[in-house]
Design a binder for this molecule. Sequence first.
Ligand SMILES: *Cc1c(COP(=O)(O)O)cnc(C)c1O
Length: 386
Amino acid sequence: MSSEGHFIPLSVPTLQGNEWHYVKQCLDTGWVSTAGSMVGEFEEKFRDYVGAQFSVCTSSGTSALHLALLVSAIGRNEEVLVPSMTFIAPVNAIRYVGAYPVFIDSDPFTFQMDPLEVESFLLNECSVGDQVINKSTGRAVAAILPVHILGYPADLVALQKIATKYKLKLIEDATESLGSSSGGSMIGSKSPLACFSFNGNKLMTTGAGGMITSNSPELARMAKHLSTQAKSEPAEYVHDEVGYNYRLPNLLAALGCAQVEQLTGFIKRKLEIAQMYDSEIQSRRLPLTLMRPSPSSEVVPWLYTVLLPPEKSSRELIGYLRKNQIESRPLWQPNHRSVAHADSPKRSCPVADDLYLRAISLPCSSNLTELDQIRVINTVTDYFRD
Ligand SMILES: *Cc1c(COP(=O)(O)O)cnc(C)c1O
């Protein structure tokens, strides 16, 4: 039934606004590098959209995470609680500052860091005094780093409560959840530190880039300072600490300005695409399980993701779709399994393992046509009928 056709990619950018116009302005004026007015403009437009007080743009989402951990003063040989089921970037960033990740399992319905697992780790595996000490490693636990994966916010209300109770810092990886809300506030609007990414497959893109939003003038100032080589006396080139070159070039900030202007439209399309998948999966009675949002959250889906039936791997369906010119993918190898992090404390995360086996993300670019989406759904339907 499913007809051969052109290739349908998983998630590609839509570049149909003022991108050419703003980039041309940079080229015409010669402001292509890290100085130039687009950087500040992009920071302002982005923080206005999110509803944050401060914003610092960066060269990538990963460098935003690194800076957020640095300005939080997460120290060498401290530990940070992070979900195992995430793209590896936040886990790497924890190692960049010499700290270690403690992998927390996910909620099986929302796929997000499970607050019950966080609380259970702190209660059962730590001794709590002036500091929270992981009994198995002897290291101090300093922070919780939830990653709102796939556009679905983690249960921030619960995590915030735990962070306050145990005096832990909360740093949010919001790279996949621009536009989503938790407890009635947009992700990144009320946080001390939330990190965004503008990589090519994200909701909006600058080619490569990132942003920290913050409600703390001090943390934002420190992040900006460290991202610009910690220069304290520009004319004399005096630097007051070891900084980084994590700046976003004006040329890319120009793309960012054009993309923010289109965010409302991108989000509308993402919601329509997800609603169509949801309703077709249900009306055709396909054996796929939909994601559920955390309590009091509103979702702007990023990669549209569903689960195959228990024990069933998604890889055969991914191969079937590939043969039919449709790109899809599994979630990331859970980080507690990653050889890159083999020297971090061993923990079991059975839900993350199960999500890795069964989850599949389907094409959901904001410029996906209805016809192409129907072809995806028909091909998935054929897979289960064949
Ligand atoms: C995309 C992403 C990042 C940051 O990626 P960059 O490519 O460095 O911008 C970080 N964490 C998660 C969960 C991501 O999906």
